[in-house]
Design a protein around this ligand. Structure first.
Ligand code: HEM
Length: 444
């Protein structure tokens, strides 16, 4: 069974029709040729955008000269009310300063310290799941939010404040504009964008709750009774270059992005991974056999090779962040075409991961490819966590989390597809199913 893929649009449509499609969903707004092309140019009255699938171009933008391709303001603008000046939206010196403080908290050795909290979240996800017909995207969101609260603030999702933040994030997601929409709108960059009232209200509530959490933590650190979790680590690490740690407001900005980037993305990937296993029962049984010996110690991860490849393959077919948008500062030449400064440069994991000239059977779910040719194709066409200095700082954490949550769930339950309920991928803040992912769940 070939996993669901959005219907592409016709090759030529008017700008107005394109925008209408775009409003609905950026994935189905694209033509099928983008799965074969190395580059595509889109012209609007005010700017041009270039979707780059050519691996050499992708490397230039992300790895070789990232400072010449900062994050596009058109994209980050929609998130400002919630994220303030978080590491996700800043550029230049301010961004460098933030990464110097954040990166050490996610170093390899620290992942081991996060293991018990992620394990506990896995057990809690199993305990919460009631057999029957289950919307697993919601269950995955719950589990991923639990992971982030436990690892960041040593709080389970049942905590009153954690619950409130989780619910408010759901409201935010329903009201917020699609992340990448503004990048393609043919409006001049100087035109102000308006945020919906509901979006602004949700953002205010979330930031208020997070301010409370960080103030409590600052007091606990000062009193010498803070748990050694990610929040404490980040709040007590000074920038090694300037010696300055995060201020209170700056920390609220960073916590907001950890919640958003850390829980939405992982939840999206876990939901799709469960759907892929439900529709490939033989693969699911191989995972079940592997996870039978799961142990509550970090060393158990070494025995989860196949579960990890399943998660990797889910990230290939349904990359939670489908597209990333940058802006070129200088004159560039892209595959023989002159590109003026200010163009929107789109790197699309969605298209790269299914590119017909990079991958063999690109639309098929085949976790075994990761033990063979997949690794080679991945060098040119696999970017679920981006690449270069702006790579996701949570990548290692997310691979550990995804594999372990999957292991817990498959050890306890068997997942089956529900007839007539085929999820349609759409890109909201992350790649989600239009009407959720419904699966039949039974205890093993
Ligand atoms: C499966 C899970 C995840 C996926 C697929 C993912 C993917 C990504 C991608 C593609 C970017 C780059 C976006 C861009 O440049 O436009 C990114 C950035 C980021 N991610 Fe993740 N992420 C995941 C989990 C996490 C987790 C668990 C955390 C933290 C706890 C996290 C924190 C961040 C932060 C702070 C950034 C901004 C980095 C910067 O701009 O310098 N992510 N992520």
């Amino acid at each position: 069974m070939t996993p669901p893929k959005p219907e592409p649009r016709a090759d030529r449509v008017s700008l107005l029709a394109y925008l209408r499609l775009f409003r609905r969903d950026i994935l189905s707004a694209q033509p099928a040729r983008l799965y074969r092309a190395w580059m595509a140019e889109f012209r609007t009255p005010f700017f041009r955008s270039y979707l780059c699938n050519d691996p050499a171009l992708v490397r230039r933008v992300l790895d070789e000269r990232p400072a010449d391709f900062p994050k596009s303001r058109r994209v980050t603008e929609g998130l400002l009310p919630l994220l303030g000046r978080s590491v996700f939206v800043t550029n230049g010196e301010e961004w460098l300063h933030q990464r110097r403080i954040i990166d050490p908290a996610f170093e390899g050795g620290r992942l081991k310290e996060a293991f018990p909290a992620i394990w506990a979240a896995g057990e809690a996800a199993v305990a919460r799941m009631v057999p029957g017909e289950v919307e697993v995207e919601l269950a995955a969101s719950h589990a991923a939010a639990d992971v982030i609260f436990r690892t960041l603030f040593s709080l389970p999702i049942e905590d009153r404040v954690a619950q409130a933040v989780f619910q408010e994030f759901r409201a935010y997601q329903r009201s917020a504009p699609i992340l990448n929409l503004a990048a393609f709108l043919p409006l001049p960059g100087w035109m102000p964008r308006f945020h919906r009232r509901a979006t602004l209200r949700s953002a205010r509530v979330i930031r208020g709750l997070i301010s409370g959490l960080t103030a409590d933590r600052a007091a606990a650190i000062a009193a010498g009774r803070a748990p050694m979790d990610l929040a404490t680590k980040i709040m007590t690490t000074p920038d090694p270059v300037t010696g300055v740690p995060f201020g209170t407001e700056e920390m609220v900005d960073q916590v907001a992005i950890f919640f958003l980037a850390g829980h939405e993305t992982s939840a999206s990937a876990l939901g799709w991974a469960l759907y892929l296993l439900a529709t490939h029962p033989e693969v699911q049984e191989r995972v079940a056999a592997e996870v039978a010996g799961l142990r509550p110690e970090f060393g158990t991860m070494g025995g989860l090779r196949f579960a990890r490849d399943v998660f990797r393959e889910a990230l290939r077919l349904y990359p939670p962040v489908p597209m990333m948008v940058r802006e070129n500062r200088k004159d560039e030449e892209f595959r023989g075409r002159q590109v003026k400064p200010g163009a929107q440069v789109v790197i699309s994991p969605w298209h790269l991961h299914r590119h017909e000239r990079i991958w063999d059977r690109p639309d098929e779910f085949d976790p075994d490819r990761w033990a063979g040719e997949g690794r080679e194709a991945a060098r040119d066409g696999y970017l679920p966590f981006s690449s270069g200095p702006r790579v996701c700082p949570g990548a290692g954490f997310a691979m550990l989390e995804g594999t372990l949550l999957l292991a817990h769930l498959v050890r306890a339950f068997r997942f089956q597809a529900v007839a007539g309920k085929v999820p349609v991928p759409v890109a909201h803040l992350t790649v989600r199913a239009r009407d959720g992912i419904w699966l039949r769940v039974e205890r093993r």
